[in-house]
Design a protein around this ligand. Structure first.
Ligand code: SF4
Length: 199
């Protein structure tokens, strides 16, 4: 992710695939025939076959994410029923971020603290928060794990963070929940989260 580019390493063929003007099999066979580094080919084919097609099957088997395990219905508002709603909000927010499909789509919630965001982007260089000291994502990460501790405690892929959560001081856990509450209140008002607004 970079503030200098909207697409960066992403291709711009998603909309053509969404409306069936391009078929995944054609994209994959074209790519397989190109003279490119093996790692580049593998990464691209994995995105088309291993991610997009996988998400399409999850979409179909859940009736467009309406039938979730345990009969839960998603409450997040998708922006329309078009490509953006289908390909970003459903898999990334419901499936990965909030883990609303439980183990149907991913084996653990796709959540992180600021170190990962800092490693995967250049956003922190422009931010009034510092990823190593006062970034709210630290508290938001621990607050998420704490709120869902009962469900996540037995997930083998989260053994280490859940063990760290168990050792986190009570005062810090309390502050994590306060930051979570304040960030939510601020965003719901349509305001910006700034260092001055957090506890
Ligand atoms: S809020 Fe935290 S993770 Fe996000 S850009 Fe700022 S310092 Fe980085």
């Amino acid at each position: 992710m970079s503030h200098r580019s909207e697409s960066l390493f992403h291709t711009r063929i998603s909309s053509l695939l969404d409306i069936y003007r391009l078929l995944p099999s054609r994209v994959i066979s074209d790519m397989a025939g190109m003279r490119l580094a093996l790692g580049s080919k593998e990464g691209f084919i994995r995105q088309i076959l291993g991610w997009r097609e996988f998400v399409r099957h999850v979409h179909e088997s859940t009736d467009g994410f309406r039938k979730l395990p345990g009969g839960k219905t998603p409450t997040a508002k998708a922006p329309g029923d078009g490509g953006y709603g289908r390909w970003v909000v459903e898999p990334n927010v419901l499936g990965m971020g909030t883990y609303a499909l439980a183990g149907l789509m991913t084996t653990k919630p796709y959540v992180s603290g600021p170190a990962y965001i800092n490693r995967m982007s250049d956003y922190c260089t422009l931010c009034p928060f510092n990823p190593k000291t006062d970034c709210p994502f630290t508290s938001l990460y621990w607050a998420f794990l704490a709120r869902h501790e009962a469900v996540l405690r037995t997930n083998p892929r989260l053994r280490m963070p859940m063990a760290s959560l168990g050792k986190r001081e009570a005062s810090r856990r309390k502050q994590d929940q306060e930051v979570y509450k304040r960030v939510g209140e601020t965003l719901r008002k349509g305001d910006k989260v700034t260092p001055q607004k957090l506890p």
